[in-house]
Design a protein around this ligand. Structure first.
Ligand code: OAD
Ligand code: ZN
Length: 242
């Protein structure tokens, strides 16, 4: 399989699309598994604009809890392998659906956050946004330093569009990819799950790493089944050392 597929050249463009599964071995819950966040919490109550206008305290409590949880987690071998890969490839980009910031904490540089970040906050009125790594956040809900209005987590909620320029960048990267590595996503949420199809259309080879098959598996040139923290480093080891 590996031979038919060929081997990535370091001058080629390698785009990596990640989802919650890449952080699972770090201890960050995924969204849809048996222990997934959306099994135990109703997204309508916590991750929609309506939920925030009804009960900002509840929504902020949820996001404060998630920030604290992620702070107690460390990047795993899958994140660290992507850091090593970035050093080799001339064109290497991570497009992540994750909001945990673990790619950046591991040391990855070119990271496009499709769904925002737990570590960014934005004003509900004037649109100002800023980074905030304080743990815990001060009591009460964050307030905009520019205009004094209520601020919200800078994440994309259900029913909200993605940031236009970020989506455009993601499309452009996918449309110029030679390889796309898809790690730990159920490939069930648009528009993120369209990106590998865009790459496929321009002839990119798609490699999927997941514990189980996904709707994308039929499109992939190669599916590597297993935990990302094991499968990704060993795949990369084979590429590097032949
Ligand atoms: P999901 O929770 O939908 O899917 C996680 C995927 O990771 C599943 O396909 C699992 O089989 C796989 N997986 C779990 N553990 C793994 C491991 N150790 N190694 C490899 N694979 C593993 O998460 P996402 O696909 O990221 O959006 O979800 C997409 C979006 O839906 C999220 O960004 C979030 C959510 O609602 C927003 O919040 C806007
Ligand atoms: Zn403001």
């Amino acid at each position: 399989m590996q031979n038919e597929l060929g081997t990535p050249e370091y001058t080629q463009s390698m785009v990596v699309l990640t989802g919650a599964g890449i952080s699972a071995e770090s201890g960050v819950p995924t969204y849809r598994g048996t222990e997934g966040l959306w099994r135990n919490h109703c997204p309508q109550d916590l991750a929609t604009p309506g939920a925030f206008s009804r009960d900002p305290d509840l929504v902020w409590d949820f996001y404060k809890w998630r920030r604290e949880l992620v702070t107690s987690c460390e990047p795993n071998l899958a994140h660290l392998t992507l850091v090593e890969m970035e050093k080799q490839f001339e064109n290497f980009f991570i497009i992540t659906q994750n909001v945990d910031g673990l790619h950046q904490r591991a040391g990855s540089k070119n990271v496009l956050e499709l769904h925002g970040s737990l570590w960014k906050i934005k004003c509900t009125q004037c649109g100002d946004r800023w980074q905030d790594f304080q743990i815990p956040l001060p009591a009460g809900n964050p307030i905009c330093p520019s205009c004094g209005s209520l601020a919200r987590p800078d994440v994309v909620w259900f029913g909200e569009p993605l940031e236009r320029d970020i989506l455009e960048q993601a499309h452009a990267l996918s449309a110029s990819a030679d390889w796309m590595l898809v790690v730990g996503t159920s490939a069930s949420i648009q528009p993120a799950n369209i990106l590998p199809l865009i790459a496929r259309e321009v002839g990119a080879r798609i490699i999927e790493i997941n514990l189980e098959p996904t709707p994308l598996s039929a499109e992939a040139s190669l599916t590597l089944k297993g935990p990302a923290g094991e499968v990704l480093p060993s795949w990369w080891d084979r590429i590097r050392h032949g």
